[in-house]
Design a protein. Structure first.
Lengths: 196, 59
């Protein structure tokens, strides 16, 4: 119905991808289901457009992103939202550096070779998802608003009512953690050797 | 002279806003001498690319 050439399987897999993305972003199954449902409804109401799109997935995801942004805005307005800048403590990465602030011998970032070649590996994306899911909740939200929903840093500060400095600190700690996770779980791991 | 911890922080910051002239110069000097930080910088770029691809991938 949605896609005349596609099968039910294709829709199911699209739905699964959308849910996965919404869950990572919202950390709440019910909200994630709602967002995906609404995105599908919006896509269906513009079905003609949908059928004519070369990249229906990109389009539905664009709708989903907007829904997620709405939900985040709604949450921030409600007073229960806690934005923990200290989810990852300031000294979390001190062990990576020696007393002069230089990389330790065993933590100095080594080359990831040709990392883009991993983009074609399903296993890589599983690892990527696991690493994202391991970020603390609010840290993940700030990071994903920046890198996946495409907010400018100033907008994130405003939306989440945090100072620019705190916002940047959260982003930096998120990147440090994600880099370490990919480094350990993929680029320096047997997972990758088995796959590539 | 920047140390690696400061250089890493600047490279992350650079993903979000333009650095000042002195910061850029100091960073460039540090990167010329430090392969670990050069790798770190490339990996920051890769993370961004990965995030953009994450929602487009056909899994």
């Amino acid at each position: 119905m949605l896609n005349p050439d596609g099968s039910i399987d294709e829709l199911a897999s699209l739905r699964r991808d959308m849910l996965k993305f919404a869950r990572l972003q919202l950390r709440d199954d019910a909200s994630a289901e709602d967002a995906v449902q609404e995105a599908f409804a919006a896509a269906l109401s513009g079905q003609k457009q949908f059928n004519n799109r070369a990249q229906p997935k990109t389009w539905v995801f664009a709708i989903l992103k907007n829904k997620i942004v709405d939900i985040i805005r709604e949450r921030v307005r409600s007073p229960s939202t806690a934005i923990a800048v200290d989810e990852i403590p300031e000294d979390a990465y001190d062990d990576l550096f020696n007393e002069k602030g230089f990389w330790q011998d065993d933590t100095r970032p080594s080359s990831w070779g040709d990392p883009e070649s991993s983009f074609s590996s399903r296993q890589f994306w599983r690892v990527f998802e696991i690493c994202l899911a391991r970020l603390p909740e609010n840290t993940a939200r700030v990071f994903m608003m920046r890198e996946m929903l495409g907010f400018e840093t100033e907008e994130i500060c405003k939306e989440l009512a945090i100072s620019p400095t705190n916002c940047w600190v959260v982003l930096h700690r998120a990147r440090m953690r994600l880099r370490l996770c990919l480094d350990e779980q993929w680029f320096n791991s047997e997972n990758r050797d088995a796959e590539l | 002279m920047l140390n690696c911890k400061q250089a890493a922080a600047l490279m992350s910051q650079e993903m979000d806003k333009e650095l000042g002239m002195m910061q850029k110069m100091n960073l460039r000097v540090h990167l010329m001498m430090c392969s670990g930080c050069r790798n770190f910088g490339k990996q920051m770029e890769f993370l961004r690319q990965g995030c953009r691809k994450f929602i487009q991938q056909d899994s």
